[in-house]
Design a protein around this ligand. Structure first.
Ligand code: GLP
Length: 233
């Protein structure tokens, strides 16, 4: 594991953006796996302001809420359009997010998994981490789920993510997420984590037992993992 310790959110955002931009320079027609949440917002701002050329880049996002359409400001598709895609020269046709409005979420998950395969896999996957150690929306569970799938969200996740909604009752209860194998197959993985509230879970994920109860702990097995964080001394 390559651990990059930084002082604060701004430094994390700059350092992680540099890594993604280096990847785009190295492989201009590569596939980036992207994440949502508050962790990557600064990073996306830096990427947008870099003036880098994204014209040949393809992106696949980790996850999407079921029941939210692309024009719903709480959807991850909307988040990505606002925070990154509309601010860089990427072709929108090359940006992929699971379809939260799919009538059959299981079929959509299968389509998404195949799409990633067809694209030749993910060159670099960016990950945030939930307070319970979830990655994408792979929640703590009895076992790891390998492929892209529909997941019912943990109470803690609904509560944590309700800060983006008018009330907890409005947070969708299910989502479509890349699975653990989908994520682990990425050739490189970058995890970003910022803030005291992430310290405990980050330590557990990086140095604790590898268990589906802490989904991010599986990342210890990845051969090209970089963690950029202000959580560790
Ligand atoms: C959501 C997303 C995750 C993300 C997590 C952490 O649940 N599905 O991909 O990592 O939030 O969010 P934040 O970065 O806001 O702490």
């Amino acid at each position: 594991m390559n651990l990059i310790k930084v002082k604060n959110y701004e430094e994390m955002s700059r350092a992680a953006a540099d890594l993604l931009l280096a990847q785009v320079r190295e492989k201009p027609a590569g596939v980036l796996g992207l994440a949502t949440g508050s962790s990557p917002m600064g990073l996306y701002k830096n990427m947008a302001e870099s003036g880098a050329d994204f014209s040949k880049v393809t992106t696949v996002n980790l996850d999407e809420y079921c029941g939210l359409s692309a024009d719903n400001p709480q959807s991850y598709r909307y988040f990505m359009n606002e925070n990154l895609f509309s601010r860089i020269n990427i072709s929108m046709d090359n940006t992929h997010v699971p379809d939260g409005m799919a009538a059959n979420p299981d079929a959509e998950a299968e389509r998404y998994e195949k799409l990633i395969e067809k694209l030749g896999g993910v060159d670099l996957q960016l990950l945030g981490m939930g307070h319970n150690g979830h990655i994408g929306f792979n929640e703590p569970d009895e076992e790891f789920v390998a492929e892209t799938h529909r997941v019912y969200l943990a109470g803690q996740t609904i509560k944590a993510n309700s800060r983006f909604f008018a009330s907890p009752g409005e947070v969708p209860t299910s989502a479509i997420t890349m699975g653990i194998r989908t994520i682990m197959q990425a050739r490189k993985i970058i995890v970003i984590a910022s803030g005291n509230d992430k310290t405990n879970i980050l330590k557990k994920a990086l140095y604790g037992a590898i268990t589906p109860q802490v989904p991010a702990s599986v990342l210890q097995l990845h051969q090209n993992l970089t963690v950029v964080t202000d959580c560790l001394e």
